[in-house]
Ligand binder design. Structure first.
Ligand SMILES: CC(C)(COP(=O)(O)OP(=O)(O)OC[C@H]1O[C@@H](n2cnc3c(N)ncnc32)[C@H](O)[C@@H]1OP(=O)(O)O)[C@@H](O)C(=O)NCCC(=O)NCCS
Length: 181
């Protein structure tokens, strides 16, 4: 299923990714990480590593995975990837949500998140939706909090190695579809 919308940057199509999108998604993911002042050799390594990863992921056809791209003019401008029923307590995992810098604050991230919420509510209706965030990623944390996400913490997590990352999420991801976010 695909959806279209328009923003100040032009028409945007939201659709499930295919194997043909792997290299472009990998490039976008690497660019989101690298910023502008990255060392050239390191940048090349990260781009090829991300492209290999997303070529492999986009080629999989697994009903428990959702990989959705936002594209404009035939180019991916954002993507999100989620896995159903990843955690017995917290539910489906939103593993990636990235929007190209030039397209941020135009509603693309919200639309990708709604796509994942709708998919998650359909394939795992009783499950929550969660994600991991670096404590330093304040902008993303604010983005999710404004969309109703809460901090999700288990009793022993402070002691665990993973405690360097923060878990946020929704007990009922369908709530994202009801709001205007
Ligand atoms: C976090 C992220 C995904 C948000 O994506 P985005 O496309 O900028 O998100 P949106 O445009 O939907 O929303 C961002 C803000 O822009 C506003 N906005 C949306 N459409 C708008 C429009 N047409 N005009 C003006 N503002 C608009 C939204 O209201 C929102 O503000 P709010 O949170 O106060 O409501 C994006 O910043 C990103 O890719 N960051 C880097 C990667 C990252 O940190 N990912 C998350 C961790 S995995």
């Amino acid at each position: 299923m695909s959806k279209a919308s328009t923003s100040k940057g032009g028409a945007i199509l939201y659709r499930e990714a295919s194997a043909a999108d792997g290299a472009a998604i990998g490039l976008l993911h690497a660019q989101c990480w690298l910023g502008e002042a990255a060392d050239k050799a390191l940048a090349r390594t990260i781009v090829s590593e991300r492209q290999a990863l997303w070529r492999e992921r986009s080629a999989r056809t697994d009903p428990a995975t959702r990989l959705v791209v936002a594209e404009s003019g035939g180019e991916p401008i954002g993507f999100a990837c989620a896995y159903a029923r990843r955690d017995p307590q917290f539910g489906s995992l939103l593993d990636n949500l990235h929007v190209a810098k030039a397209w941020q604050t135009q509603g693309v991230g919200s639309a990708l998140l709604r796509d994942i919420a709708g998919w998650s509510a359909a394939v795992a209706p009783d499950d929550g939706l969660y994600l991991w965030l670096l404590p330093t990623n304040r902008a993303a944390r604010a983005f999710y909090l404004r969309r109703g996400a809460g901090a999700l913490i288990t009793a022993n997590e402070h002691a665990a190695a993973r405690a360097a990352m923060l878990r946020f999420g929704w007990r009922r991801p369908a709530s994202l579809l009801a709001g205007q976010h």
